[in-house]
Design a protein around this ligand. Sequence first.
Ligand SMILES: [Zn+2]
Ligand SMILES: [Zn+2]
Length: 358
Amino acid sequence: MKSNSNFLTYNIIKYYEYNTAKNSYMTQLSAKQNIQAIVKAIKTEEALLRQKHPLLAHQNTLGLIILLLSLSALIGVGILYYLAIIPAWACIVLAAIAASISHELEHDLIHKQYFSNQPLMHNFMMLTVWLMRPNTISPWYRRKMHLHHHKTSGTEQDLEERLVGNGIKNPFLRALVIIDGLLGLLINTRRFSKEIKGFSFASVFNAGFPVTTAYFAVLYSVIVFHLASLFAPLEASSPALVLDIMNVFEFLMVVLILPNIVRSSSLNFVTSSMHYYGGVNNMLEQTHVITSRLFMPFNLFCFNFGKTHTIHHFVPNQPFYLRQMLSKNILKVMRKHNVRFNDFNSIKNANAYNAQAN
Ligand SMILES: [Zn+2]
Ligand SMILES: [Zn+2]
């Protein structure tokens, strides 16, 4: 009797194991099928758009025109502010939007979307987008880091996302990292050295030379000068040259530095919220889509990143404007194929992907 019941238990366990294995095989297979369906839908939609708008074939020219327009907009609002035609806040908002376009161009350039066979033009565009967003590291260095992001998304090796706050539990530390990349790097260096293969503080820090270095020099000198002025009459006692330099720095604060703080803080907040960290097994689990109205102001300053970046994980070689054009139809397809939307529980839980949720 006893041996019979043992035999039964044995069979039940075996049956359960068989079913678990079968189910996990099915889940794996269906994840793969879902991914294939999404990729196919994106490519089909792109082909349709290209058929409908033959202009899209002039990708190099389009990239260059968008760059020159956003650069002119950035310079234009700077001039309007200089002439006191617009107030500082309007200059900051408009310049942040212009700089956010240059960020999309930089990302496209990283993926060799423009002038990939013409190094001079390609590198000219890379330099211009760096100057328009001086608070990011060199685009040539970021290329390596970003391609690594595509390979290691969702794991502790993904330096690019971890540098902007992804996976950090403490909300105060997270906010600090999102707003000030340099402070974030300083605070996290010990942890990154232990956890990320090949991480070196010096190589990330030096990757900012000279543009990002100049940016932080201007930002911190304005902050220190104004803080010190609270305790001593610096404005009255400083030499004229120092005051002239401070005037130029303060102008730069309004036309370039503050707009880029608004832009990069919005982008860092959105990107570090929408990428999962931990528990990721496939592309469906690397990101969720952020369409929530709560994120609207942040999406505004990072060119709709929360709504469109997931598409980029499935098909990376596509210019940003195409992604915008096909997003409306593709978001529906992605929802149908198990991509998650507005997963706020994961944000609360340091971006962990919870396989049990929904
Ligand atoms: Zn990503
Ligand atoms: Zn990319």
